[in-house]
Design a protein around this ligand. Structure first.
Ligand code: CTP
Length: 208
């Protein structure tokens, strides 16, 4: 099994020194990489900027922006059997990146933002025989939104979690299949949740 994992946040630059991002630590994605390596899988990790060392044994690709994550993911996915998209990708980016450093203007500024590429949706579209696991971070109507996301992004399964997961050591997740049924409910450290997820996938995929 050769697994692609996206992890960590992305950054979208306003100018050469300022960026928009989020508080994702990358811990969930990195725990998934560790668990998959322990299962004997080959793992390709595409990671945004985090304070973690790449797990020993994985193939590591470092990125900053969503566009870079997309480019690497589209390039590396064809050689993999499946993807787990744990990255907390920025949804918007400034329409224009200012060269150098933006100066103060003496009053409020308005920054026009446009949507970034949806990495997972693009992988879902071109997956063919490959399997796709997405994450859904939901504050309201969690199950309904997660299911919509699963379908919109053509995932086989989706891991539903809540904003409390961001930056935390632990997580509580519901694992939902394409038909809408809950096939796993795991809670605990991100290491333990990642192990449960990889064990479940390993059993399921070897049974296919
Ligand atoms: N994702 C992605 N590229 C994006 C946005 C999200 O690959 N530009 C992936 C995430 O890695 C995750 C899944 O899509 O696996 C869902 O991410 P989430 O932030 O929950 O949802 P969004 O699609 O961003 O939608 P919204 O923020 O409106 O809930």
């Amino acid at each position: 099994m050769r697994l692609l994992v996206t992890a960590g946040p992305t950054r979208e630059y306003l100018d050469d020194v300022r960026y928009l991002s989020n508080a994702s630590s990358g811990r969930m994605g990195y725990a998934i990489v560790e668990a998959a390596l322990a299962q004997g899988w080959e793992v390709v990790l595409i990671s945004g900027p985090v304070d973690l060392s790449p797990p020993v044994g994985c193939e590591f690709h470092s990125v900053m922006t969503t566009a870079q994550m997309r480019e690497e993911a589209v390039r590396l996915f064809p050689d993999c059997d499946g993807v787990i998209a744990a990255a907390a990708v920025c949804d918007y980016k400034p329409k224009e990146r200012i060269q150098g450093k933006m100066s103060k203007v003496g009053g409020p500024v308005t920054i026009e933002m446009i949507e970034t590429d949806d990495v997972l949706a693009e992988l879902g579209q071109c997956k063919d025989h490959r399997w796709v696991v997405g994450f859904a971070l939901e504050a309201q109507n969690p199950r309904e939104n997660a299911l919509q996301k699963l379908r919109r992004k053509n995932c086989d399964w989706i891991v539903l979690n809540s904003p409390e997961a961001i930056g935390s050591d632990s997580n509580t997740v519901e694992f939902i299949a394409a038909g809408g049924e809950t096939v796993g409910h795991w809670s605990g450290t991100k290491t333990n949740v990642a192990r449960s997820l990889i064990e479940w996938l390993s059993q399921q995929l070897s049974a296919d």
